[in-house]
Design a protein around this ligand. Sequence first.
Ligand code: PEP
Length: 251
Amino acid sequence: MRRFLIAGNWKMNCGPADAAELLEGLKNAKAEVAEEVDVLVCPPFVSLSMSVNYLHDTDIQVGAQNLHFEDNGAFTGEVSATMLTEAGCAFVIIGHSERREYFGETDSTVNKKAKKALENDLVPVICVGESLDQRKQDIHYQLVENQTKAAFEGISSSEALDAVIAYEPIWAIGTGETATPEQAQEMHAHIRGVLAGLYDKETADGIRILYGGSMKPGNAEELLGQEDVDGGLIGGASLKAEDFAQIIYAR
Ligand code: PEP
């Protein structure tokens, strides 16, 4: 039985002071007492430690938005998996489309990062998803299949069970446009089929697949009601404590 995961991707928002305010809002909105849902916030690096401290008496978990696949060394500006675990992170977002588009992430770096996260007991939230152009060309299923296969290359089935996938159609990220529940379900079922091919049905059935792309209180219930949608990766709406809490309690 897959447990729901509602994850907030704060992107480049909320330094420590704003983070404290948002987390206080989440506590007031009772986000931390959701029993049937795992709740995750992913602040920027500089707000990770304070978020971990702030949330230490809650079940809300903290994740980073990126990591480097090397352990340490001359990689100015980068942060390693061990640094994230030391800071108290349990999750890390990998291969977000913004990182693929603006920071040169490739399927190969996504795979290296996913492996490094798993080696260090960090749950990788591996993002896949197509652009509008790719959907119009009708190559979206193949593209997401390729991204999924590449991300899991060399990862065993027991490790894969610890990973999370986020299907995020790029055309729906931050645009206010959302995939229909049917579009989300079709792609999630496709991804689960790809995982079953890579591993087996039991493994595929155990891996959580989140939907991301303008999820908000008004559409969360329907999206989260789809059989293969196991939660959400939420950008904009995760910056408003009330909205994020409403999504947590949408089902
Ligand atoms: C995201 O960036 O992961 C995301 C889903 O953003 P938004 O909810 O704002 O579309």
